[in-house]
Design a binder for this molecule. Sequence first.
Ligand code: SF4
Ligand code: SF4
Ligand code: FES
Length: 247
Amino acid sequence: MGYQAHFRVWRGGDDGGLRDYTVEVNEGEVVLDIIHRLQATQCPDMAVRWNCKAGKCGSCSAEINGRPRLMCMTRMSTFDRAETITVTPMRTFPLVKDLVTDVSYNYTKAREVPAFKPPAELGPGEYRMQQVDVQRSQEFRKCIECFLCQNTCHVIRDHSENEEAFSGPRYLMRVAELEMHPLDQAENRPEEARGDHGLGFCNITKCCTDVCPENIRITDNALIPLKERVADRRYDPILRLFRRKRD
Ligand code: SF4
Ligand code: SF4
Ligand code: FES
């Protein structure tokens, strides 16, 4: 049975504001359906980014009642029918218009992570790995690049001055994935994570993990192990001695 819901949606750029709408909701719909209905019936110029409507392209990230979420994976049935539902753009990134933000910070940070460096003597098709190593990186490869974790992390959310020094959870996770790859020949990814990507800014609050729609355990499985490797390499006296002898 359909009903009329109350929506409050950000309209315009930085100098815009929240506008109220009453809009029809039908059985089984998600927030993105309602935003599309608003576009179709009341505000044809509303900017919204989306592609798959299946939780796989990572395009429809927004903040719903203040919580970073995918609009296409947020069911209307999870809200009280009398509740006013607020939809705002991701707060961390520069606003383009309405619900669309400029997420190019993330692409810049992605480019700063040096690529996988396979052994020179192996050609494509000659890589051999233990299943356990494959499984470890498969969790990280579920990432759909929705940037909700990047948007949520307090290191940059209210502190744009940290953007240059900090790559955010998604790209620290990428460094961890490469560091854990048994065939990666890069010299010292943990040191890069610390020095070039700002791993030390992360105080393992797990807010990034809490909002990940792919349920990737970013903090426990990527960031903490990376921090442990940094600590091992820099501060463990036995390991340092061992490395000195080996080198
Ligand atoms: S765990 Fe680290 S990266 Fe994740 S939100 Fe907290 S400070 Fe940011
Ligand atoms: S790690 Fe999760 S929250 Fe972060 S970009 Fe990937 S899918 Fe989105
Ligand atoms: S539209 Fe693709 S994740 Fe929502």
